[in-house]
Design a protein around this ligand. Structure first.
Ligand code: NA7
Length: 530
């Protein structure tokens, strides 16, 4: 392998893979480092039972190659993890991407050298590579959050984290399982683990809102229709706030303007339809608390009607604003609590005290099990970046530059870190969108920028403190117009103790794309090029 490349990339998920495609178009050398043994990123690691995408299959895929999108066949409305991983592997084969990827290699540091305007990237395999540009394609949900509980080492059984699941699966039959967390990963895996295990005890700190996914075999007539107009379909999706769901009927009036009967009938229809369409019946659920209360109450009513034991139903009742944490889509989640082999333990007012040899203690009571599953989520958006020793000008570390929370301009660059790009970084729409659409837009913007620099013989691009301060203020001002900041979500970093509380993603994909394009039209306004 070359010791010097044009572009060094960290991560071979969908972002890293597409960066190879674009770098080759520019005739630039590229080296991708990937900790896993194959491509796929998030979908390589998250192999827990029931893992599946919550964006529909025909949308959660690359759009950059017409032949690719025509030839690939999805089998379900929402693709399961193994199928998405196969898709990523298919793309790697089709475009011969693996020859530019070094697998089983974790990047440990990336330092900017001010004399040469290059980056030196080092890995745990003792590689030292010099690159003109470094692209962090490290993913938003890739750094597992493992809360520290005292006594954790004393537990004698097997321990798993949903985001780092063993490749050959886990057989829970005959086992008593304890599972911590009730976010999306838990809500997808609980129904399946419950079918397999002797007993499942779920430890819930905050009840989540979940609506039926209504996953099914894919509708082949729908696929045929989409494929007959794929570019147009993609364009329509890119015009949506979340870059997906152009086929969702979106109500354009306030929930408060409808009569109670109309509203209830509409909520019922959406509940039957399944998926994120549920929150699109009216236009103000994330803008007005009184509108939000109406739809939240409908879900609570559903929980009461599904869960037979009133005390369990009461515990499962979410109290926060619906949608301010990502809405979960499930298959039989609430129904699972009607099983005799499933119990629910609240750990909100009485948090988990400690882990013991055979279980864990809550409120002085020991709950015992053979296997412990952490479904405790991720150090989202910043975790994977801050695990790497990234140093920019004057040897300043990214961790120091971001000590009060991540600061970026457009979510692609941060002041003091020249020629460094982040794909779907904090401050970009990323996790609030169909990630693959966001990834394509970012990778294209970044590689166009690199092309511009090469053609104009420029060696350095970096944003300024002023540009990023303005951008962070803008991201927060947009969030503050909504109910998003009202609960303790990972969007705010609230799930990781000690993490600065800052709303990280930008709401509104189309406006963001317009802004990125305007920045380019104005000669990379907000950046300094030299
Ligand atoms: P989430 O959504 O962050 O869920 C993690 C869950 O773990 C959540 O219920 C947390 O409760 C719980 N948790 C975290 N730390 C603790 C401690 N210390 N004690 C008890 N419970 C804890 O992660 P997921 O993996 O489910 O989903 C992440 C995203 O992936 C999801 O939004 C989709 O976009 C796909 P909390 O709510 O913080 O009280």
């Amino acid at each position: 392998m070359e010791r010097s490349v044009d572009i060094a990339v960290v991560g071979a998920g969908f972002a890293g893979m597409y960066t190879i495609v674009k770098a080759r178009e520019l005739d630039m050398s590229v080296r991708v480092f990937e900790a896993g043994t194959d491509v796929g990123g998030t979908w390589y690691w998250n192999r827990y039972p029931g893992a599946r995408c919550d964006v529909e299959s025909v949308e959660y895929s690359y759009s950059f190659d017409e032949a690719l999108q025509q030839e690939w066949e999805w089998t379900e409305r929402y693709a399961p993890q193994p199928e998405i991983l196969k898709y990523a592997q298919h793309v790697a084969d089709r475009f011969d991407l693996r020859k530019d990827i070094q697998f089983s290699t974790r990047v440990v540091s990336a330092h900017f050298n001010e004399d040469t305007n290059t980056w030196t990237v080092t890995t745990d395999a003792n590689d030292v590579v010099t690159a003109r540009f470094v692209v962090f394609a490290t993913g938003c949900l890739s750094s597992a959050n493992r809360p520290h509980f005292s006594g954790a080492e004393s537990f004698v059984g097997d321990v798993y984290h949903t985001g780092e699941w063993p490749h050959d699966g886990v057989d829970f039959s005959g086992k008593r399982v304890g599972l911590i967390g009730t976010g999306s990963s838990a809500i997808q895996s609980i129904p399946i683990i419950a079918q397999n295990a002797e007993h499942l005890t779920v430890f819930q700190r905050t009840a989540s809102f979940s609506v039926p996914a209504r996953n099914d075999s894919i509708d082949l007539d729908y696929v045929k229709d989409v494929k007959s107009r794929y570019p147009e379909f993609r364009k329509a999706n890119r015009q949506q706030t979340g870059a997906f769901g152009s086929t969702i009927r979106r109500g354009d009036s306030s929930a408060l303007d409808a009569s109670e009967e109309e509203r209830w009938a509409e909520f019922e229809r959406r509940w039957e339809e399944g998926g994120f369409a549920f929150l699109s019946s009216y236009n103000d659920f994330l803008l007005r608390k009184d509108a939000n209360d109406l739809v939240a109450e409908f879900v609570r009513h559903k929980i009461r009607s599904i869960v037979k034991d009133p005390a369990t139903a009461e515990l499962l009742m979410p109290t926060q604003v619906i949608g301010c944490k990502r809405l979960c889509l499930d298959t039989g989640y609430y129904e699972t609590f009607n099983r005799d082999n499933v119990s629910l333990v609240a750990v909100d007012t009485h948090p988990i005290e400690r882990i013991t040899e055979h279980g864990l203690m809550v409120n002085g009571v020991e709950h015992t099990f053979d296997v412990l599953v952490y479904a405790t989520g991720f150090d989202a958006m910043t975790g994977s970046l801050l695990k790497i020793d990234i140093r920019g000008r004057n040897g300043v570390s990214l961790a120091d530059a971001w000590h009060a929370g991540p600061v970026t301009y457009l979510g692609v660059n941060t002041a003091g870190f020249p020629n460094m790009f982040m794909v779907s970084g904090p401050g970009s729409p990323s996790v609030l969108t169909n990630m693959i659409m966001s990834i394509e837009q970012h990778v294209e913007w970044i590689t166009d920028c690199i092309d511009h620099m090469t053609k104009n013989k420029l060696s350095v691009i970096e944003t300024t403190e002023q540009s990023q301060a303005g951008w962070v203020a803008f991201v927060n001002a947009v969030a503050d117009m909504t109910l998003y900041p009202s609960c303790n979500s990972w969007y705010l970093g609230a799930n990781v103790p000690g993490k600065p509380r800052v709303f990280m993603p930008l709401i509104g994909f189309p406006t963001y794309v317009d802004k990125c394009n305007e920045v380019v039209r104005n000669g990379y306004e907000g950046f300094v090029l030299a």
